[in-house]
Each structure stands twice: as structure tokens, then as C-alpha cells.
Design a protein around this ligand. Structure first.
Ligand SMILES: Nc1ncnc2c1ncn2[C@@H]1O[C@H](COP(=O)(O)OP(=O)(O)OP(=O)(O)O)[C@@H](O)[C@H]1O
Length: 421
């Protein structure tokens, strides 16, 4: 009988154990729920160590991110055998392409694969823009370097280059958008000058090299002339091709030592074209407005900026921004590089965050008769070269053979006219 009584006592023991386990489990669940609720109340706070680790890893990954090396076959497929031509530049044709994942690209096929200049352009682009990422710099996805195909693969910019909207279309872009484009472009250049590990000088800032995406956000492009330099090296030695007439700073033309401030000068010239929605030089325009920057200064000096606003068709609501652009432009194109602001200051000036000083002297003084400064280069039609009178008869200081990248007869006339005034 006694053996019959033991099972119930063992059953009640098991029940007690199960009950204890259940209670413990329940307590644990409650604790977990309470902890989760407290975390949620703290605003989803995450362990800061975890955050740093993830961010470090992310930054490392970003740093390691390099442009992809594509095969010619991959680019042939993406561009449908190079059929959709976007445009033709000095170094080759640009084609639209699409990869199988849907990414749209612009493929620049470089002419003359054995040409040294092409190789330099190739290396300049890959070593500068290929290593950095910024919202206002056109992204280089990758490149192809095969015997019969040297190409650069960029992100596709749906609206092409800024010149089209400034000079060739009927004011499609309102002034507010143009101001945003100016600020975005300035941010891109400021990043190149001040935030990259090595300073990058672009050398060829002009509307043709500012591309606009589908939403008209600007991105600086075309790094073919760009130079890398250490931030503590103040001057750069420049050999070979130089900037574009009308945008290149005087020191570039004079073959004087060059700093990143030559980009600030070119950006100033670009600002004049944004405000006027015209080329800075237009010989078809009368009343001394043919060279727009000088005319703007003539109006600005006696306090007649209002006339500039009228001539440029600036509406009342845009006046304040437009005046800011004019003042920044004048400040950027000063003759002495050290008088020009840094690009991060330019950004702040354009945004209205800091005061814009008034240039103490006429920025175009060096172009006046009797100026102690070297004059702008004179284009010699007989031999197709530029020279500057400041170096007199010393042929070793004569600027010769400067190619005119976007040169037109108008540009050439401009150089002659300026020097002879
Ligand atoms: N990433 C891009 N997305 C869309 N269109 C582009 C892109 N890059 C260039 N293009 C177009 O292709 C054309 C040629 O560009 P490219 O940069 O080769 O020459 P460029 O800047 O006009 O001249 P150069 O190289 O002589 O300075 C331009 O008209 C431009 O609008």
C-alpha cells in the first residue's frame, strides 16, 4: 500500500518544480519587458560604444571604397554599344549608359589612348574625384583601362551642364534656383580645398563644368586639370594645359606661382555669369556692357547696383540674394590671390551668414592703362599665341601656346580689347 502512496507525493513535487520554473520565467519576461520599455522611453538610446564601433567600421568601409575597374565588354553592354551620345568634350565623347541594377551612368570615352595628355587627364580624374565623395561633386563610379578603350564612368546628370541654362535657354531656372546652384557649387569647391586629406585645386571652374542632376542640384565635374597638393604647400607648379580664357585668374596666365585661390577667381567669374545670365564677354552688347564684370564694378562703385538689377531682370523678391552674389563675385575676382576669400567663407557670404566686405580697390585695376600690374594676355592672331606686355621683351617670360579649350573668336577679341584699354 505504502508503495501506492508515493506517486501522488512525487506528482505534487513535480508540480511544485514546474510552478517555480514558470514563476521564474514569468519574472524574467516581466524584467525584459520593463527594460525594453525603459529603453524605448529613453528614445531608443543605443550603447555609445556600439555606435562608435559601427561608425568606425562604416568610415573605414567608405575610405576603402574605390572606383570600380570595368571591362570594355561591360561598358559596351551598358551603353548599348556606345549609341546614346550625350555630348562631345575636348578629350572625347560622352555616352549615356545603364547597368543591370538600373544605375544610370555617363561614360566618357577618351580619344587617342596613347596620347600623354589623355593619360594625364585619366590619372587626374581617377586620383582626385575617384577617391572622394561629396554631394556637390560628380561621382566617378569607375573606369576602364584596356588597350583599345580608356573610359571614365560617372554618375549620370540628367540636366547636363549649367551653361545650357544660363546662355541657351529661356530663363527656365528661376533666380532662387540659380542662387542654390551657386551655393552648392561653392560647397563642392570648398570641400576640395578645405576638407579633403590632400587639397585639390580644380583649375577649370566654369559653367560647362557644373553639371545638374534631375533636380537641378549642382555638381562640380571635369577634374582633368585638377592637381593634388599638400595643404602646407602654398604654391603649385603647373605645367601643360592651363585654365580657360575668361575664367582663369591673372596669375594662371602670367605663369606666376598658383594657389587654390585661382579657383576662387574662376568661381567669381561664374557668379557674374549667373547674375547676368549671359557670357561675361559679349561683343554684341553695347554701352560698355560688353565685358560684364567691369560694367558691374562701374555701377557698384558709385552705389548704382540697382541699375545692374534692372538690366539683369532681377525681381524685387530676389534682389537681396542677387546683390549678395554681385558683392561676392567682386570680392572673389580681386587681382591679388591673398585678397580673395576662402571658399568656405564664400559659402557663408552667399548664404548671408557673414558680412561681405567691399573691395578697397577696383578689382580690374590691372586692366587699366598705366597699371603697375601685368596686363591680361594679348592674343596674337598671326601665330595663335598669347603674350603679356608686362614681361616686355624678355622672351623667356612670354606666355605662349596656351590652348583655348572652349575658345571662340569672341574670347580672343576680349583678350585684345582688355589689354589695349
Ligand atoms: N556625368 C554626366 N552626365 C550627363 N551628361 C554629361 C556628364 N558628363 C558630361 N556630360 C555631357 O557631355 C558633354 C561633354 O562633356 P565633357 O566633360 O567631355 O566636355 P566639356 O566639359 O564640355 O569639354 P572639355 O572636356 O573640353 O572641357 C557635356 O555637354 C556634358 O553636358
Amino acid at each position: 500500500m505504502s508503495s501506492y502512496q508515493s506517486p501522488p507525493s512525487s506528482n505534487s513535487g513535480e508540480t511544485a518544480v514546474i510552478a517555480v520554473v514558470l514563476v521564474v520565467l514569468l519574472v524574467k519576461i516581466v524584467i525584459v519587458i520593463v527594460i525594453c520599455q525603459k529603453r524605448r522611453q529613453k528614445g531608443n538610446s543605443v550603447n555609445p560604444d556600439f555606435l562608435t564601433l559601427t561608425m568606425d567600421k562604416f568610415l573605414n568601409d567608405m575610405e576603402r571604397e574605390k572606383p570600380i575597374k570595368f571591362t570594355s565588354q561591360q561598358l559596351r553592354i551598358a551603353t548599348d554599344n556606345f549609341t546614346n551620345l550625350l555630348g562631345q568634350g575636348g578629350f572625347g565623347a560622352v555616352y549615356k549608359g545603364i547597368f543591370s541594377n538600373g544605375t544610370l551612368v555617363a561614360v566618357k570615352v577618351l580619344n587617342g589612348s596613347s596620347d600623354k595628355r589623355i593619360e594625364e587627364q585619366f590619372m587626374a580624374e581617377v586620383s582626385t574625384i575617384g577617391r572622394i565623395h561629396h554631394f556637390n561633386l560628380v561621382r566617378l563610379h569607375g573606369f576602364c583601362f584596356e588597350k583599345h578603350l580608356r573610359a571614365l564612368v560617372y554618375e549620370y546628370m540628367g540636366n547636363g551642364s549649367l551653361d545650357k541654362f544660363l546662355f541657351h535657354s529661356n530663363k527656365v531656372l528661376g533666380f532662387e534656383k540659380l542662387h542654390e546652384i551657386a551655393v552648392g557649387t561653392a560647397r563642392g569647391i570648398a570641400y576640395l580645398h578645405e576638407e579633403c586629406q590632400q587639397r585639390i585645386v580644380h583649375y577649370d571652374i566654369k559653367p560647362e563644368n557644373i553639371l545638374l542632376d534631375a533636380n537641378f542640384f549642382p555638381k562640380v565635374a571635369d577634374f582633368g586639370l585638377a592637381k593634388l597638393c599638400n595643404r602646407d604647400n602654398t604654391h603649385i607648379t603647373m605645367t601643360g594645359g592651363r585654365g580657360t580664357p575668361g575664367y582663369a585668374a591673372p596669375e594662371v596666365w602670367m605663369m606666376f606661382p598658383i594657389t587654390h585661390k585661382c579657383d576662387v577667381y574662376s568661381f567669381g567669374m561664374l557668379l557674374f555669369e549667373i547674375i547676368g545670365r549671359r557670357r561675361n564677354l559679349d561683343i554684341n552688347i553695347q554701352d560698355s556692357q560688353d565685358w560684364f564684370p567691369r560694367w558691374v564694378w562701374k555701377k557698384f562703385e558709385p552705389g548704382e547696383l540697382g541699375e545692374v538689377m534692372v538690366v539683369c531682370g532681377i525681381e524685387e523678391k530676389d534682389k537681396e540674394r542677387a546683390e549678395r552674389i554681385v558683392k561676392v563675385a567682386l570680392w572673389c575676382v580681386q587681382y591679388m590671390p591673398e585678397a580673395r576669400p576662402s571658399m568656405s567663407v564664400v559659402v557663408k557670404m552667399l548664404e548671408g551668414a557673414v558680412e561681405i566686405p567691399r573691395p578697397s580697390t577696383n578689382p580690374f585695376q590691372h586692366l587699366m592703362p598705366g597699371s603697375p600690374y601685368p596686363t591680361a594676355p594679348v592674343y596674337d592672331t598671326s601665330n595663335g599665341t598669347y603674350s603679356t606686355s608686362a614681361f616686355g621683351s624678355d622672351p623667356s617670360r612670354t606666355v605662349t601656346g596656351c590652348s583655348v579649350v572652349h575658345g571662340t573668336p569672341i574670347m580672343r577679341k576680349y583678350e585684345i580689347e582688355i589689354a589695349s584699354t
